[in-house]
Design a protein. Sequence first.
Length: 350
Amino acid sequence: MTTVAVLGAGSWGTTMAALLAERVATRLWARRPALAAAMGATGHNPDYVPDLVLPPGLAVTGSLAEALDGAEVVVVAVPSQGFRDVLGRAAPHLVPGAPVVSLTKGLEQATARRMTEIVAEVAPRHPRGVLTGPNLVGEIVARQPTAGVVAMAGPGGRPDLDLAGEVQALVSTDRYRAYTNADVVGSELAGALKNVVAIAAGMADGLGFGDNSRAALVTRGLAELTRLGVALGGEPMTFAGLAGMGDLVATCISPLSRNRFVGEQLGRGRALAEITAETRWVAEGVPTAPVVLQLAAAAGVETPICAEVDAVVHRSKPVPEVVAELMGRVMKPEIHGLGVGAARVTPPGS
């Protein structure tokens, strides 16, 4: 793997391309040619990560064909609702057998598909996988150490740990440590579901609540996303690792978190349209919330925190009413299926 294409010049795509360009030939595709030209001229991404100095070896282009020419690995870092369109346009230019690695943490609203499921539909002959974890761009740009998880599968969907190891070696640096995981489904779901919980954590911050509230919400949010993720085919331990708990904690507590920011502003009484109108980036938890409810209903799993986030974001429910709703739920054991008396309470819920 000596040539990589990164599709998407937002904050995370640009940052990952810069990391890769320090070690391998890397091309970054920007959707807007004007942005590609500005990045090439200045060595910075003025719209998304102006503080990041782009390595001299990073080639930025507005042409998908040029970005993908000879690329042995394709990294996709576009918002979830545009993922299918970008990959469809890229598909004719993909090198046969080149793995497609998603950095996107979301679910497609129209189909409830994960990003690797979209790859399987649009580019079925290509291996696919995900790179995920607690990866706040501002801290990576500041060269602070962090870690992530790589999970890969072959064209038929079977886990491919050898390929995951190759991608792991490709992305790991002296400040970014990647681990491998055989669980593509769980790794991908954890990254998508935690964004909805992070909006809830931001709401608590916006209401002025403290660490007790935050800790309770994060912990019960982890239980909720684990419960749904396992029902959808993920492995329980994945949600206790970097893709699950690690990413959830970072996204719920950091002022750098987009989803937490949106929740905080909602908690302060601002309207979602007003919040999103003043930002360039996408808070993936917003479009993901209704998809989570759809998947949960099909799986017969309760997701009360995600349900309340969806009610606020998409049905204008007042945030203070969420507190009363969650605190007033029927009493039940913390852990279901473990310990004396746990089996007496059904169905499980938060």
